[in-house]
Design a binder for this molecule. Structure first.
Ligand code: SF4
Length: 194
């Protein structure tokens, strides 16, 4: 006798929970829709961010939960986690970074292609956290520019998702020319990056 099979999926709910990416601002008429190239590229980029998790301690465990089925970072188009910096555009630093590791974080950042973004996840990556000691970097922004800081020790997965959504806002609105601007070059130069 075969066992009855049940699926833990409510089809109706599944369909109603699927949402479409927001349309960028533009002009539409019968049979056409016009918008700026900036908006289209921003829309594509923000919904296909490839994270590189640089996890050194406890905050990395929260990231594992964030990637798993319950919190499901894939909903934001970010399920493609990469460990080759050349194929990723979001560096997520999670955990205590010892001063010895600072140059390694910087090297990974340098190996990423532009445009690239950085999230400091948790108190340690943001400010050294409780480790106000001679051996711990007091925030990764001492070696690379950071776009979003996620507070908490550790931050819950909801907070990490909020950080990714803040990055999505930045990515979606970023001008295609920002990376060529004098301001951006000056920012990199302040970190000794050409
Ligand atoms: S912020 Fe707290 S949980 Fe995260 S790595 Fe530091 S000590 Fe661990």
């Amino acid at each position: 006798m075969s066992r009855p099979v049940s699926y833990n999926v409510n089809e109706k709910k599944l369909v109603s929970d699927i949402s479409m990416a927001e349309m960028p601002a533009g002009h539409q008429g019968e049979g056409f829709f016009a918008t700026s190239l900036n908006s289209v590229i921003g829309l594509a980029r923000k919904n296909s961010i490839w994270p590189l998790p640089f996890a050194t301690s406890c905050c990395g465990i929260e990231f594992m939960a964030t990637m798993a089925a319950h919190y499901d970072l894939a909903r934001f188009g970010s399920e493609r986690v990469g460990f080759s910096p050349r194929q990723c555009d979001l560096l997520m630093v999670m955990g205590t970074i010892a001063k010895k590791m600072g140059p390694v974080v910087k090297q990974v950042y340098l190996q990423m292609a532009e445009p690239r973004w950085v999230i400091a996840v948790g108190a340690c990556a943001s400010s050294g956290g409780v480790f106000d000691t001679y051996s711990v970097l007091q925030g990764i922004d001492q070696v690379v520019p950071v776009d979003v800081y996620v507070p908490g020790c550790p931050p819950r997965p909801e907070a990490i998702i909020d950080g990714v959504m803040r990055i999505q806002d930045l990515v979606g609105k970023e001008s295609l020319r920002r990376r060529n601007s004098d301001q951006y070059k000056a920012l990199l130069e302040s970190y000794g990056i050409q």
